[in-house]
Write a protein that binds this ligand. Sequence first.
Ligand SMILES: Nc1ncnc2c1ncn2[C@@H]1O[C@H](COP(=O)(O)OP(=O)(O)OP(=O)(O)O)[C@@H](O)[C@H]1O
Ligand SMILES: [Mg+2]
Length: 297
Amino acid sequence: MTMFIEKEQERRSQTNYLPEHLRLVQEGGYVSPIPYLWEDVLIAVTLKKPVLLKGPSGSGKTKLAQSVSQYFHQPMQSVNCSVDLDAESLLGFKTIVTKEGQTHIEFVEGPVVQAMKKGHLLYIDEINMAKPETLPILHSVLDHRRMLTNPLTGEVIHAHENFSAIAAINEGYVGTSPMNEALKNRFVSFSIPYLSDDQLKSLLVSSFPEVEERKLHTFLSIHGDLKKQVMNGLLSDEAASVRSLMDAVNLAIHMPEKRAIQYAIAEKLDDPMEQKLVLELVDTWIPPTFEEGLRSW
Ligand SMILES: Nc1ncnc2c1ncn2[C@@H]1O[C@H](COP(=O)(O)OP(=O)(O)OP(=O)(O)O)[C@@H](O)[C@H]1O
Ligand SMILES: [Mg+2]
């Protein structure tokens, strides 16, 4: 790790965050699929550049953002975008409170305002799911101005020096709109690929040390076949997601492998033909038991 990043890590982790905010420091564990990717993301964060992570579902975008939070020992505020996302979900809302018989209006700060004022990380997930008209509020937050005039209160907020934003997108998925150029332009962008087979194996070994080598080998072989069928266009991307694979391995600690794959991978697919294909592939690695063979007759 370069001195440049290490100095920033030392500086950020010495910040006095409130104990209740320290609970927002995330758990790390991101494995970098390309050796330099992790360090390059940390350089961008150190330079206070807003970071955009682009990659398919389950490629580790959220895990990467969480690992940045852990690395800098910095609380992370999260926003999940949807078409319903509005200014209030980003900035906060006004509410009436009664104290000692007096009523006043108080502003409950949302994730963007909190992250800016307190120097937290701001993770904006699925930023391309938001309606394009909602996000321009963030333009001045994400460029060199690092400030916001809160339209709901009139308050002018200058970001704390630790404030950094990380956003994630699944490009080209249903329900997403192309990101507005002015917004995209404010980010430095990183493509996040899936892990290679060897990296995935080490991740599974370290995440589930109790699972025998033989079982892991079977799961990785099935995952490899599923990836091939995704590339052939016969299965949707979710079939080869690392998340689904990890869920399957986790379930298989407590139940037969085949049922684990059915629940964690096959049943997530909408198309019954795809579900059938997954289970047929599984049969080539885990032969049906005598009873299962009889049932399929
Ligand atoms: N490179 C990686 N290093 C460590 N864990 C990973 C990696 N890639 C995927 N995973 C694991 O796979 C699962 C899914 O990862 P994550 O939720 O970060 O994906 P994502 O890209 O955010 O997906 P989505 O777009 O669906 O939100 C997590 O359990 C995560 O730990
Ligand atoms: Mg995610």
